[in-house]
Design a protein around this ligand. Structure first.
Ligand code: SER
Length: 337
């Protein structure tokens, strides 16, 4: 008999850390973790198996089918928005072709199991693209179907994968007689910028917020790469994990869409600076905008409308802005350094 497991790709990334720690501490699922870089020692005890490998390696994914019965996939592996701009074609391969391989794996699994396989996918505010700051200010909160004209390769990849997910869930092999038997239960979240107290992001463009906070706590000077008035929505990692798990749990019939915005608070870089400065008064933080990265952040919405998530599956973040900084980020980061 094959072992029933949950597959987590991008296991060693920021969301992977949060998710594996949470699921591992709960202890009621078997975790198979996959990443291109070695798994942190702290995560190993929570995983039944760690596989060092690439989601573009179809042989490796094929071997997973032999060994495991995968009922849920958290497909977290991705090249983030800044990194993706350094090699857009490689990003496309990882973010789109890699996901296609995982969708294919999910189809195969669902056929073996005679039931649908859940496919949880973190999309992003990067799926949006606002034409200029005047529009960004005027529109405020954006809904899932508005302003989907991303300016980054990463954003294009996220938006397209959302469509692929919908296709695989609803229309895959639609001309085949048995096309609707065993499908993929695709569920995506458009996350805002995520801030964790335990890990530091690599290669994103919302990274200035967590970087500022961690640098201040560590007492190393930090030059913020966006203007002080730059506004983005954010969420702390425990709420991102909560959103993923809440969405995973909800019965399919309650979901009216495949892709949901979720968010917690919206802040300018200056507001983050003020909070960080108050907590770490000796820190040295300056503003030194990097024009190209600034343009990317300027094209992302100042806030998102998560009404659908609230209505369909009772989404609500546990941490508002005050609670996030005062009770999670600042104490945990202070302890870390
Ligand atoms: N945080 C991500 C990035 O900056 C957005 O999804 O790339």
């Amino acid at each position: 008999m094959r072992k029933e497991v949950v597959l987590i790709t991008g296991a060693n990334g920021e969301i992977g850390h949060g998710l594996i720690t949470h699921l591992g501490q709960q202890g009621n699922v078997n975790i198979v973790a996959l990443d291109v870089s070695p798994l942190d020692e702290s995560l190993k005890p929570y995983c039944n198996r760690f596989i060092l490998g690439d989601i573009l390696d179809t042989m490796l994914l094929g071997r997973l089918v032999v060994e495991f019965e995968i009922h849920t996939i958290y497909h977290l592996a991705s090249l983030l928005s800044t990194k993706a701009e350094y090699n857009p074609e490689t990003a496309h391969r990882v973010n789109v072709e890699g996901t296609l391989n995982l969708l294919r794996l999910a189809v195969e699994q669902s056929q073996w199991q005679g039931r649908s396989v859940k496919f949880l996918y973190p999309s992003s505010i990067a799926a949006y693209g606002l034409p200029n700051l005047e529009v960004k200010e005027r529109v405020g909160k954006v809904k899932e179907n508005e302003w989907c004209n991303p300016n980054t390769m990463y954003g294009c990849n996220k938006l397209y994968v959302e469509q692929l997910g919908r296709y695989y869930a609803a229309h895959y092999r639609q001309l085949a007689a048995d096309h609707d038997k065993n499908t993929i239960d695709f569920r995506a979240l458009r996350f805002p910028g995520l801030i964790s107290a335990v890990t530091i992001p690599t290669g994103g463009t919302s990274d200035y917020a967590p970087e500022m906070l961690h640098a201040a706590a560590e007492n190393v000077p930090y030059a913020c790469f966006v203007r002080p008035d730059t506004r983005l929505p954010f969420m702390v990692m425990p709420d991102a994990i909560k959103a993923l798990l809440d969405l995973e749990e909800v019965p399919r019939e309650r979901l009216t869409q495949y892709v949901y915005n979720v968010t917690s608070f919206s802040l300018t870089a200056l507001e983050i600076y003020d909070i960080v400065k108050a907590a770490f008064p000796r820190s040295t933080i300056t503003f030194s905008p990097h024009q190209s990265r600034q343009n990317i952040v300027d094209s992302w919405p100042a806030d998102v409308d998560d009404t659908s998530a609230r209505q369909d599956w009772n989404w609500s973040p546990e941490y508002d802005q005050q609670h996030a900084f005062a009770d999670y980020l600042i104490p945990a980061i202070r302890k870390r350094y």
